[in-house]
Design a protein around this ligand. Structure first.
Ligand SMILES: CC(C)(COP(=O)(O)OP(=O)(O)OC[C@H]1O[C@@H](n2cnc3c(N)ncnc32)[C@H](O)[C@@H]1OP(=O)(O)O)[C@@H](O)C(=O)NCCC(=O)NCCS
Length: 172
């Protein structure tokens, strides 16, 4: 998937150093509930495991070819979101130097268009820590609506007792 500015593509082992550069930033992962990466080796391992599936993409900046973030969707069964039967969860992050440029909104809209065109999925769910309003704004700009639910997920890094605001996008 490609726009003038970004391309969503599979992660490559050769992205490991760039991934470490951006995902070791304390301010990125902690907002999303994952631990900052501690070494290039750990980043490579995440590329080979967590990112190694057909619905997780690197957000590549066309101008530089760098992977500056990740976006994807997958089964909701192992998280605390109040998902409907078979409803996937969406997740994303963008490297800090690129925040506030509309990149995540553009990437999320590309995912939504992909899901509509290529799948039978009828809705997507996601959530954000309530002190991470920027993430909620990204979803709202793409049409997600707050369900009114607040959930907690103690399996998330630094997530203990942190309220999560739940949003959903109905596609059909
Ligand atoms: C959340 C995140 C993905 C947003 O990426 P981004 O590319 O900067 O997002 P966009 O530029 O497309 O949109 C951000 C929106 O949030 C708004 N925003 C930024 N900081 C905000 C704040 N503190 N309060 C309210 N809105 C805020 C921006 O103004 C913008 O909205 P606008 O276009 O209406 O002005 C990025 O900050 C990030 O990766 N954060 C760390 C990881 C994370 O939080 N992942 C999501 C976990 S649920």
């Amino acid at each position: 998937m490609k726009s003038d500015r970004i391309t969503l593509r599979s992660w490559r082992d050769s992205d490991a150093e760039t991934l470490y550069k951006y995902a070791s930033d304390e301010e990125v992962g902690t907002r999303a509930g994952w631990q900052p990466h501690r070494s290039v080796e750990e980043s490579l391992s995440i590329i080979k495991t967590v990112f190694n599936n057909p619905t997780t993409w690197a957000i590549e900046l066309n101008e530089t070819g760098e992977a500056i973030g990740a976006i994807g969707y997958g089964p909701s069964c192992d998280c605390s979101l109040p998902a409907w039967e078979g409803e996937p969860t969406v997740g994303y992050w963008v490297a800090k130097p690129f925040w506030g440029m509309g990149i995540c909104t553009e990437a999320l809209q590309m995912i939504i268009d992909y899901v509509k065109k290529n799948t039978e999925i009828s809705s997507l769910i996601s959530g954000h820590f309530i002190d991470n309003a920027a993430s909620g704004r990204v979803m709202e700009k793409c049409g997600f609506i707050a369900t009114g639910d607040i959930c907690y997920d103690q399996t998330l890094y630094m997530g203990e007792d942190k309220p999560i605001r739940v949003l959903r996008l109905e596609l059909q």
